[in-house]
Design a protein around this ligand. Structure first.
Ligand code: SF4
Length: 728
């Protein structure tokens, strides 16, 4: 029986590595064909609708291979392809999503890991173990096969580089698994009819990497998307391209970050840009009509040209496909007042940057943005440092509108509310805004600098001061001190430490108070009494001037909460898991816990993910938090053995743990287009089935309404109650 190799995602970049490895091992394998029209009709093989079309197609490819009799499926987990950056979380999580959806055993899913960033020495070992699963026990043979495979990949990548050419008519930038599969709809062929075309793979890694130097921590952009962006910037800045087509999948996470830099550079250099978003509904006719309109309306200057540059191998066997519904198009043609095309096609005035310089110098108060009840800790921290602040504008529909108007279309929802708060600050004359930052596997690490870019592009002369963890000290201490000086006016570090101490005390008191409130809501005789006391607690907490006062405020609150009359009930026990911002920000999750706490059924909500637990594990490495994290990760391991960024792995582990702790159900809350949680949502379908625990996964966006949420929660609690009655 041949081993099945799905032609999806990583395969398009790494097929020389996969093919050479399997050939060197002497393993028979079967590759799935390119995605077909009939395949597009079966994308519901993917258990959830949220993943991008490239991921959904992978499920069809695996199903085609299993139908052909392949028992084992070879699909590596591509974590990182360079020492400095990760790959898109979906490339990391795809094997686990496939395993969960098809119920594959550990023996039938062959998923070695590529992790050149965090496990440069260990990842080859996973390929040796993979070889053993395919019947090759010789370690020497497997190591040799991997060495040959890496060599073949390097040769293929070098072979695709076209550094000699000095000019191309059009650059078509996008993922190979979009452009070279049905989703590209013959786009490259059509554009090549107008003149030579260049793609990201044609620009050398070195040139692409060099072009990213102008972006703060550009080398940490997702590997493939960093290459796409670097190649684009290199071609534009070196004057090697006449116009640009940027193609991305609907709701593509990394594209929502890099498209800002692409649009800005094209706009500033006067390069016509067409941004296309494709998904399973994109039709060939519609796509080609737009391309023709763009190509006909953007003549490129006549330069020395040479023959079209379709790289060897993958592209050679590309095919045209059938027609479908029109596609979304965005076209930005640079002109006066229009520099830096807006990917959403809105005509926004982009005044030149330099005038900002003077405005930014006289900075005034520091604008704060927040999450949940963090504002109380932030006010105390900055007060201790003697820094004047502008408190976070309370989240409202209007703030969301301000954010949505300028945020990238497929950015994860937290950025929409945060940039909305920043825009409100900027409109109120605030010039300096502080935001946390820390490059990881998901997009959060890019928020601060991308939000600054977007606000400035929209005419707001602001500076976003990003604060990253000082660890590892060798790498990050200097930058941490720099941002401390920037935010504290160089206050003595003792004042900073005092500020951190009271800030942490307020965070811890708040998180404990919220958990006590969850308990009281489940039992209180008079509904709402707990919430009233909690609101008073927050006011008192805000006035507390030192940790001792914080302690006293919490003690008073706890005493009063304990005194609230309670009913003798056995509430439903529900664990809330998901993305940190959504589960902690009541405005964004529509006060989900309060809704659950006010339903007819009594519900005791449990949630471990809060600011205290995040800091305890990620910053202070407190032993209890490290042990708890290990427990959650080991619960997740059979379903999702590796981190996919954010809290994706933890959400799966927490759901498994919830079952072990006797919870009745799990509610999984995550933001629109959140990559790690979309992976978790997909795998939780299997967890729920295997462990017989109901899981309600809800994607939260600006369209989420309170009434809709209430109805979902009521139905979910009815289900849980029914199960309880049946189990008695
Ligand atoms: S989200 Fe984007 S980068 Fe990630 S797999 Fe989908 S198309 Fe690729």
């Amino acid at each position: 029986m041949p081993v099945g190799v799905p032609r999806s995602l990583g395969f398009f970049y790494l097929h020389p590595l996969y093919r050479t490895f399997l050939a060197e091992l002497g393993v028979r394998w079967e590759e799935s064909s390119y995605t077909s029209e009939s395949d597009l009709a079966r994308l519901d093989l993917c258990p959830t609708d949220e993943p991008c079309v490239a991921v959904k197609a992978a499920f069809v490819h695996v199903d085609n291979l299993l139908r052909k009799g392949c028992r084992k499926i070879f699909i590596p987990a591509v974590v990182s392809l360079s020492e400095t950056s990760y790959c898109c979380p979906k490339m990391m999580g795809l094997p686990s999503m496939i395993k969960a959806a098809f119920g594959l055993s550990d023996e039938d899913l062959i998923s070695p890991v590529i992790d050149m960033r965090d496990n440069p020495k260990g990842w080859p070992g996973t390929w040796i173990r993979a070889a053993r699963k395919m019947g090759v026990s010789s370690q020497a043979r497997a190591s040799r096969a991997l060495r040959e495979a890496v060599r073949a990949l390097r040769a293929y990548e070098e072979g695709a580089v076209r550094s000699r050419e000095s000019f191309w008519d059009t650059a078509v930038m996008g993922h190979s698994y979009i452009l070279d599969d049905i989703f590209g709809r013959g786009l490259l062929e059509r554009v090549s009819e107008y003149g030579p075309v260049v793609t990201a793979e044609n620009v050398s890694k070195e040139d692409a990497a060099a072009a990213l130097h102008g972006i703060f921590e550009g080398e940490r952009l997702w590997t493939i998307e960093g290459r796409i962006l670097g190649a684009t910037l290199h071609l534009i800045r070196s004057g090697k391209v006449g116009r640009l087509i940027f193609v991305s999948a609907f709701s593509c996470g990394p594209a929502s970050i890099i498209e800002n830099y692409v649009a800005k550079e094209a706009g500033e250099r006067g390069i016509p840009l067409l941004s296309l978003t494709v998904d399973e509904h994109s039709g060939e006719a519609g796509l080609l009509t737009r391309i023709e309109a763009f190509m006909d309306s953007t003549r490129t200057p006549a330069r020395r040209v040479s023959r079209a540059v379709v790289p060897a191998g993958a592209r050679a066997d590309r095919r045209g496909c059938g027609s479908g519904t029109p596609d979304k198009e965005r076209c930005a043609v640079p002109g006066p007042g229009g520099a830096g095309g807006d990917p959403h096609g809105r005509t926004l005035a982009f005044p030149d940057r330099e005038p900002f310089a003077s405005a930014i110098r006289d900075e005034g108060p520091i604008g704060l943005v927040d999450m949940g009840h963090l504002r109380y800790a932030l006010r105390a921290l900055f007060a201790e440092m003697g820094s004047e602040v502008a408190m976070p504008p309370p989240l409202t529909e209007d703030i969301v509108r301000l954010g949505k108007e300028i945020a990238p279309e497929f950015i994860c929802y937290p950025m929409v509310t945060l940039i909305g708060q920043m825009r409100k600050h900027a409109e109120d004359g605030i010039r300096k805004i502080v935001m946390i930052q820390g490059k990881g596997r998901c997009r959060l690490g890019w928020y601060a600098q991308v939000m600054e870019e977007i606000l400035r592009k929209n005419g707001y002369p602001v500076r976003v001061v990003s604060v990253d963890s000082p660890l590892p000290l060798s790498e990050k201490w200097e930058r941490f001190v720099e941002s401390y000086r920037d935010l504290s006016g160089d206050a003595h570090f003792v004042r900073g430490l005092r500020g951190v101490r009271i800030g942490l005390a307020k965070i811890a008191a708040c998180d404990r108070a919220v958990d006590l409130l969850r308990e009281v809501r489940a039992y209180e005789a008079e509904r709402g009494e707990g919430d009233q006391r909690f609101d008073r607690f927050l006011r008192e907490l805000d006035e507390a001037r030192n940790p001792a006062e914080v302690k006293a405020v919490f003690a008073g609150y706890r005493r009063d909460m304990k005194r609230i009359p309670r009913l003798r009930v056995d509430p439903l026990r529900i664990a809330i898991v998901g993305e940190v911002y959504v589960v902690n920000e009541p405005f964004v999750n529509k006060s989900a816990e309060k809704i659950l706490g006010s339903l007819e059924q009594r519900v005791r909500v449990y949630r471990t993910l809060d600011v205290t637990s995040w800091l305890d594990y990620h910053v202070f490495k407190r032993p209890r938090a490290v042990i708890q994290y290990g427990r959650v990760v080991s619960c997740a391991a059979p379903y999702l053995p590796l981190s996919v960024g954010g809290h994706g792995q933890e959400s799966v582990g927490e759901a498994v743990l919830a079952k072990r702790l006797g919870m009745d159900g799990v509610i999984h809350l995550f933001p629109f287009t959140c990559m790690p949680e979309i992976i978790a949502q997909n795998i939780l379908v299997r967890v729920s089935k295997d462990l017989d625990i109901p899981v309600l996964s809800l994607m939260i966006s600006e369209q989420t309404g309170v009434a809709g949420l209430e109805t979902r929660f009521e139905a979910f609690c009815d289900l849980l109650e029914g199960r309880r009655k049946r189990s008695l």
